[in-house]
Each structure stands twice: as C-alpha cells, then as structure tokens.
Design a protein around this ligand. Sequence first.
Ligand SMILES: Cc1cc2nc3c(=O)[nH]c(=O)nc-3n(C[C@H](O)[C@H](O)[C@H](O)COP(=O)(O)OP(=O)(O)OC[C@H]3O[C@@H](n4cnc5c(N)ncnc54)[C@H](O)[C@@H]3O)c2cc1C
Length: 506
Amino acid sequence: MADPNDRILIVGAGIAGAATALALAPLPVLVVAPTGVSADAATTLAQGGIAAALGPDDDPTLHAADTHAAGAGLCEAEAVARVTAEGPAIIARLAALGIRFDTDESGALALGLEAAHGRSRIVHANEDATGRAVLEGLIAKARIAPHISRRADLVAVRLEAEDGRVHGLWCRDHGGRLVHLSGRAVVLATGGIGGLYASTTNPRSAVGSGLAMAARAGAVLRDLEFVQFHPTAIATASDPMPLATEALRGAGAILVDETGARFMADVPGRELAPRDVVARAIHDRIRGGHRVFLDARPALGAHFARHFPSVAQLCRTNGIDPERDAIPVRPAAHYHMGGIKVDGTGRTSLAGLYACGEVASTGLHGANRLASNSLLEALAYAQWIAADIAHRQAHAPVAASAAPADGPPAGIEAVRALMESHVGVVREGDGLRRALRLLAPRMAQDDAALVAGLVTLGALERTESRGGHFRADHPATGAPRHSEITLPAAAARLAAHAEHALREAV
Ligand SMILES: Cc1cc2nc3c(=O)[nH]c(=O)nc-3n(C[C@H](O)[C@H](O)[C@H](O)COP(=O)(O)OP(=O)(O)OC[C@H]3O[C@@H](n4cnc5c(N)ncnc54)[C@H](O)[C@@H]3O)c2cc1C
C-alpha cells in the first residue's frame, strides 16, 4: 500500500478539486468531498460558460484588458496575462477529454457574449448547462483514474499545521467522529461563501469552510470584502435562488420595472454594464419601491427554451413562463473575489498548503470578477498547482497532533440575515459595525461566523467604493490597495474596533 505521507489531499470536488486531482497524475491523490456532481458544488450550477479568446476578432490581450477593466484597479497583471493566455489551450484540453462544447452551423465553437466582455468569447456546453457538463466529464475521468481515491464519507474540519507547514487534515465522518489524514500537501478547493447570505445563487453549503480552516491554521487571506452580487437572480422563494444567466442580457434581454421603464437605458453599457453597476441599479430600484424584471420576450420570444433550456426549466419550476412573462429578478450573493492569498503556483503563505478555485485569491479578479473567468481560473491553476507539487520533495512524516475541539455552530440563519442586511450590495459604517458586534463573539467557535466576521471587518476597514464593494458613506474610489489579514491580526483589529465603539458609547 502507498505511504499515506506521499499522497496529496484535496478538499472539494467541484471544478477546482476535480481538475487538480486529474492534473496530479500519477501522484497518489485522496479527494475528501461529500458529493460528486451535485448541487453542493457551485460548478454544477454554472450556466454561462468559460471565457477564452478564441474568436477571429479576439486575442488574449483583449480578454486581459476586459478582465482588468472589470477588476477596478486590483487585478494582478501577471495572473491576468497568464490565465487569459491559457484560455484557448484549456478549451482544447477539455475537448480532448471528450467534453463537447456547443458549435455553430459551420462547426466552429459557438461563442456567447456576456457583460463587460468586448468580444463574444464564452464557450458553453449543453447551451446553459456548462458547469455540469464539464464537471461530469472531469469526474468520469477521475473515477477511472488509478491515482485518485475518494472519501465521500468525510467533511474536512481543520488543517493540521506546525511551524508554518501543513501536513494533514482533520475530518468528521457521518457519525461525528474525527478522522485524521496525513499527506505531503493539502489543496483546498472548497468553493465560495454565498451561503453566508440569505439571498444567494450558491449552494447553501458554500459557507467558506476552506477559508476558515486556512485562517485558523495561520494563512494570509486577501481582499475578503469583495463579494460579487449577481444582478439577475430569479426572485422566487427558492433557496438558493435560481439564476437568469448574464448571457440572456448578452442575447438582448432588457431590464424593466413594473411600469415597463427601461431604467438602465442611460447607463453606459446599459444591461451589459459591469455586474456591480447593474446590481446596484436594481438594488436602488427595489429600495425605491419598485419591482424589477428581466424581459427576454422581444429578444428571444419563442426561442427562449432552445437557447436557455436550464433557465427555462428553472422558470417553469417557479411558475414563470419566460416566453410569455418577464422574469422577476433581484441581486443575490454570487461570487467571492477575496480568498486565501496564493502565488502563481497556487501556493498559500503556509508550506504544503495550496488553494484552487473560488476559495483562492490569485489576483485574477481584482475587485470584481469578469463573467465566466472563474471556471477558467480554476482550470488554469489546477495545472500549475499540480506541476508545483510534482517538483517538490515529500517531507518527513509528522505525527498527528491532538484532535481539534470545535464548538456548536452559531446558527447559520442568524449569520445569513446579518450579512444580507449589513454586508450586501450597498454597505455603510454603522451597519457593518453592528454586524461585527454580533458576529465577533461567535468567531472563535464557529467557522461560518468566523468567515462572515472577517468579510465584515474587511468591508468596515475599506473606506472607499470599488468593484464589488460599495460604501454609501464612502462612495469615492481611493488609491488601489489590497487588504490582507491573518487571524491574529484580525483579533487585534477587532479588539481595537470594540474599544473604539465602547469609547463612543460612554
Ligand atoms: C449559479 C451560478 C452560476 C455560475 N456561472 C458561472 C459561469 O457561467 N462561468 C464561470 O466561470 N463561473 C460561474 N459561476 C462561478 C463558478 O461556478 C464557481 O466559482 C466555481 O464553480 C467554483 O468552483 P470550485 O471548485 O472552486 O467550488 P465548488 O464548485 O463550489 O466546489 C466546492 C466543493 O468543495 C466541497 N467542500 C466544501 N467544503 C468542504 C469541506 N469542509 N470538506 C469537504 N468538502 C468540502 C463541496 O461539497 C464541493 O464539492 C457560477 C456560480 C453560480 C453559483
């Protein structure tokens, strides 16, 4: 039997975990993930597709320029250049794995247009079911790959770290028992944080468990305050909220209120302005007492279901006929630009710990992600992480430390309500301080409260508006700067805020 100290542990089986596991061949890999292709992974829900500069009028430098423009001054030039350059090769590799992307009548890849992209460059599969199609393809390969094994009965709860090096994981099994796993490296691929918000398009389970584990192990986290709110989640009681993909607006669907007024008509870019601009416009309209609808009838009419079968199905399930009715929409937490800080090889600040996919902050997205860049990012970094691990020596085995103690969860619904009210599309100091006062006492015990508290702290301390972060009390944009935090630094800053609040109160 292979030495467990030689294996690589991957937490999560969305696109980031699955692609990294495959790329690591022939090194032995153990994937810890409770689900396969299921709604537990945001990847399964991805509709629009994967951005890649493949059109005859396109070039990776144009894709890079659009990525920078959306990222509002915080994208890292090297990450943007490398990822956008890799796009066409990534699509070719997926096609070689047997993933069938949609083509036009001439047999060329059909390229969709999405907001803030200057060219049509969104590659898609099964029309608007790209994420599921790609993940099914990757997981089918992973199932037959001899180097990959999987523990579906375990959920990771803590990293095991010593002297700045991670060498294992503590997991919980179905019976609540703690199980220790050792490995030469750990790759966190646990996805985003939308589940921390009452209104989200993410799986409810996306509460940032990887961020919490990395924070508790001492890793540097970056730009946590940048959360992207998708403008057009379908306004139903479903949780998570179904998404009306941006590609609908790319195909000509317009935003109107209940009076039929097209309120984006005078905004530069109109319905295809950057997501934060559209989300704020809808938020303001709703705060003004209106209802907002995405009207695809003039653009798509009876062709809706043919081009957007997943959205058509989601609408029908919620009693909406998109060929006859405008679709009610409102913004919802969708994507986390912030995450565990990584370098160009996916390494975090802790030796032996890597992060891939939405949980990572690579520098690609800056303050606002360009649509369809996240699946691309996960696929690019999966290879770079695998290459880096392959070139590193396995370390000497380390004995397992004592099992961690964790407290009872703090009550996720309370966290979701606080984040929704105070750390949403529009933020302001008083609300952020209120949320932080309520979250702070729970952060030591509960991972969801810890991540929510760190996002709130970042939002409070960023006294400017930029990309996905808008402060009503600081609407101007300041000089570009990243925010970085570790858990000890957060504790000191929280104490300073509490002391300040106390002084104000007396
Ligand atoms: C509705 C929707 C539509 C989207 N559309 C697009 C699009 O068209 N194009 C695009 O580029 N991006 C899109 N995105 C964003 C994109 O889908 C995600 O950013 C991406 O799929 C994240 O992949 P991931 O592998 O990092 O995380 P996920 O796919 O969320 O996978 C995370 C995995 O980690 C597991 N996990 C989490 N915590 C633990 C733990 N403690 N122990 C064990 N396992 C754990 C989960 O069960 C899951 O398997 C969309 C997102 C949503 C929600």
